[in-house]
Design a protein around this ligand. Structure first.
Ligand SMILES: [Zn+2]
Length: 44
């Protein structure tokens, strides 16, 4: 289901997008993902 891609050396990490905003990326905070725009939080 969930893919984890660790490669981040060129800033093109395949991050998940916010399901509410659509064009905003979710920031990873340990075991959860957070959207800084609408405050959406997704727990893994
Ligand atoms: Zn959002």
């Amino acid at each position: 289901m969930t893919r984890y891609e660790i490669y981040d050396d060129d800033g093109t990490t395949d991050r998940e997008q916010c399901p509410r905003c659509g064009d905003a990326f979710l920031a990873s905070h340990g075991d959860r993902l957070h959207c800084g725009r609408c405050d959406y939080t997704e727990w893994n």
